[in-house]
Ligand binder design. Structure first.
Ligand code: FES
Length: 104
């Protein structure tokens, strides 16, 4: 079993067991942490955005055009911002660290 490390809006660190084939957004949501997911993972609401740790940014697949377009509409986007619904979990992501936004 691999794990995702999630920093919540209060700065607390959570180690979440993660199943292959699930979206990171689903993993965070199903563990009860506060993440928006109004569109259900269609990259259209932008509510599931997270900040990926610097050490992980280059290890993730690049953003799709859809993801880029949605992120362009959001305030305070950084090079590390990703839509968690667009990150499909697999064992290679074991230890991925992301932070939830304060306003999630
Ligand atoms: S859940 Fe809506 S953009 Fe990710």
């Amino acid at each position: 079993m691999s794990v995702a490390i999630v920093i919540d809006p209060q700065g607390c660190r959570h180690v979440l067991e993660a199943e292959d084939g699930w979206r990171l957004m689903e993993i965070i949501r199903d563990w009860g942490l506060p993440i928006g997911c109004e569109c259900g993972g269609a990259a259209s609401c932008g509510m599931c955005h997270v900040e990926v740790a610097d050490t992980w940014r280059a290890r993730l697949p690049p953003r799709s055009e859809e993801e880029e377009a949605k992120l362009d509409e959001l305030p305070l986007v950084t090079p590390n911002t990703r839509l968690a619904c667009q990150i499909l979990w697999n064992e290679e992501l074991d230890g991925l660290e992301v932070a939830l936004p304060k306003a999630a």
